[in-house]
Structure formats: C-alpha cells, structure tokens
Design a protein around this ligand. Structure first.
Ligand code: ASP
Ligand code: MG
Length: 378
C-alpha cells in the first residue's frame, strides 16, 4: 500500500481545539486501512508572518540565516503540539523537523528548494508503525543550516515527500476543494470534482490560493496524485490528475495590482513591494511578501502605471474563442461595468477593473460566462 502524505495548513491547526480535531481525523484515517501515514503541518495561523514582523522590528535587514532559523520554529511548534496530542490519545507517532527528516535543500535562505530527501529515517519509523509528523516549509542545506522554502512552502514539503516516498498527497484545507470561484465570494460557486494539473496551475497563477504554484508544478512534473479537501467537513474534495483541460475552469481575482513598466529601479521596486504590490520575476526583492504577477505582459502599458486595480481572470479553453471574449466585454459594457484594460493569452482572459465594482462584476460574469460556454458547446 502506498504511503499517504497528509497536509494540514495553518488555518486547520490555528487553535489547540482544531489541532485535537485534526489529530482525531488522522487517527480515523489510519484506522481506515491507511497503514503508512506521513503528516505535514504548517505553522499555526499567522505565526510565520508574526515572526517575520518581529525580526523586522529588530533589524532592517535581519541575518538571512538567523531569520530562517526563526521562521522555521512556527512549524516546529505545530508538529510538537500534534505529537503531544496524538501520544496522549495512545498513538505511536514521532514529530520531525525538516532537518530531522533529512530534507536537503539548496544553500540559499528564505526561498530555498528541496534537492533531495533521504527517506531512510522516515521509512524506518513507518515500518515500525509510527505516524510520522514532519514540519513543513523547511529543510537543511549542505552546511547544516536550517533553510525555509518560501511562503506557503509546506505544500512543497508535501509534494516532495510524496515523490520521494512514492506516495500520494491529500491536502486538507479550510475549503471543500477547488471551486470555480472562491466560495467566500460566490457561495453558489460549483466545486470541481476533478481537475487537470494544468487547470489548477492556471487558477493558482492567477490568484487562487488553495495550493502553492510551485507545488502544483512539481506534482505535474512528477505525476503525483493530489486530492484537495476540507479538514472540517466530510466530502470527496477535488482530485487533481492528468484529466483533460476544461472549457470553463473558473474566475480568479487579485487586487492591488499596479500595472508598471519593466525598467523600474531597485528603489522603485522596493517601494512597491513594501506596499504589498503584486510583482513577479522580482522574487529576490519580493521574497517574503510576493504574490505572483507577470510584469512582462505589460511592458507596453506605461500609461497604466498609476492605477491600483483589481484583476479578474477568466480561465478555460473556451476563452481561446474570440467571440466569447468580445461578448464578455460587450456584456460588461451594457451593464455599465467599466473595464480599464483587458488582456488575453491562450485560455486566460484577464480584465482589470476598479475595486469598487468587484463584487458586482464577478457575480454577473460568473453566471454569464458559464451560460455562454454551455451555449458554445451545444
Ligand atoms: N508557515 C509558512 C507560511 O506561512 C509555510 C506554510 O504555511 O506553508 O508561509
Ligand atoms: Mg498554506
């Protein structure tokens, strides 16, 4: 039987009560015939951000090595609590930091990459029947320093463990799976029961938060089966595998977008990043804050430099069709919902709007695009 790697994110373990709930869930999972279980846990709630903010109060540019040691402790606290709870419930378990688990990374700090996992220690514990708890988001470089894997790095830990252990991943989160639109924005939004790696990647690239983009790319590359489901509600969740890409995948949003020119000075970049502006391909500057956004796409758009906008991205094969894109723009125009700029590439159609019309626009768009895609299909 394959090893199952379960991941619980920060919101699933944000209180001790939730952590106890998670512990019972893990036990039920094991009792359900899953003999070999590895559990990856993120830091509790906002711990990582708080640790980072504290470091910045102490130094303008904290030592990268010391900063990583500090940031890694969030996950260490979480795995220790979970280990204590499971043992109290009579379960044979062991909690391991990234370093304990032999997760080897590149040398750099804050945005390190996993290059190998020596699974002998984990396998030894699994063979003894233990549930192995591993701290997400961290590893050790060749010097023996603790490194962290970039924000949301526990997802990278999870897919890498599944790869090196030849296992499967189940990502438990605070939503029931992957939806066409964030269900916190449109509560009737439809859940995907299955989705291709590529469609999930498109959603993630354009703002969906459900799993980190680099982890999806890795899972795609290594063909690692993924399931994304809710920690707190029963349900099948969303299965991610090599399915066909869909005609309509969903609509994502990202706010605080500033359309900028490409040739910004370092100072200008720092300035934007400090304001939480979304920039891509400047990860060195953006390190801990960065969301992702392609600046290249807008190199010819200097005139938009001063807008703070919200981007809606409509995703799916159907958006390749220019008729649909034209109809969408016309529909929004008729509703008096003004689009500042629109952009299209393959199955992505992005429109930029002012934040004040976000809810209205996304609600109208969602039902309209679904209808249009269905019509085209018939
Ligand atoms: N705790 C880290 C973060 O907040 C890693 C993670 O949650 O995956 O980014
Ligand atoms: Mg997360």
């Amino acid at each position: 039987m394959k090893v199952k790697v379960l991941k619980f994110g920060g919101s699933s373990v944000e209180t001790l009560e939730k952590m106890q709930f998670v512990a019972n869930k893990i036990i039920a999972f094991k009792n359900n015939g899953n003999e070999k279980l590895v559990v990856v846990v993120s830091a509790i709630g906002k711990t990582t951000q708080n640790l980072y903010d504290n470091a910045l109060k102490l130094a303008k540019h904290p030592s990268p090595r010391e900063l990583d040691l500090l940031l890694s402790t969030g996950e260490v606290v979480a795995i220790s609590y979970l280990g204590i709870i499971l043992k109290e419930l009579g379960i044979d378990t062991i909690s391991l930091t990234g370093k304990d688990a032999n997760i080897f990374t590149t040398g750099c700090f804050q945005n390190s990459k996993i290059i190998n996992i020596d699974t002998s220690i984990i396998n030894e514990y699994l063979n003894e029947g233990k549930i192995v708890i591993v701290a997400g988001y961290q590893g050790v470089n060749e010097k023996g320093d603790v490194t962290t894997l970039g924000r949301e790095g526990s997802d990278a830990t999870t897919v890498n463990l599944a790869h090196y252990l030849d296992g499967e991943c189940i990502i438990f989160t605070d939503v029931e799976g992957v939806y066409e639109v964030d269900p916190r924005i449109i509560c009737n939004s439809k859940i995907h029961h299955n989705l291709s790696y590529n469609d999930l990647l498109m959603l993630s690239k354009h703002g969906a938060k459900v799993i980190a983009r680099s982890a999806i790319e890795f899972a795609l590359d290594k063909n690692i089966p993924l399931v994304i489901k809710s920690t707190f509600k029963d349900g099948l969740g969303t299965i991610i595998n090599n399915y066909n890409n869909k005609d309509f995948v969903g609509i994502t949003y990202q706010n605080l977008i500033k359309l900028i020119k490409n040739n910004l000075s370092n100072e200008e970049i720092h300035d934007l990043v400090n304001k939480g502006i979304i920039i891509e391909k400047m990860k060195d500057y953006a390190s801990i804050y960065s969301n992702e956004f392609s600046v290249d796409d807008f190199s010819s758009c200097d005139e938009f430099k001063s807008y703070d906008l919200l981007r809606l991205s409509i995703i799916g094969n159907a958006l390749n069709n220019p008729n649909i894109r034209t109809k969408i723009l016309k529909y929004l125009e008729d509703l008096n919902l003004s689009v500042v700029y629109s952009w299209h590439k393959e199955s992505i159609f992005s429109i930029f709007i002012n934040e004040s019309i976000f809810l209205k626009t996304i609600n109208y768009l969602y039902y309209y695009v679904k209808d249009e895609v269905n019509c085209e299909r018939d």
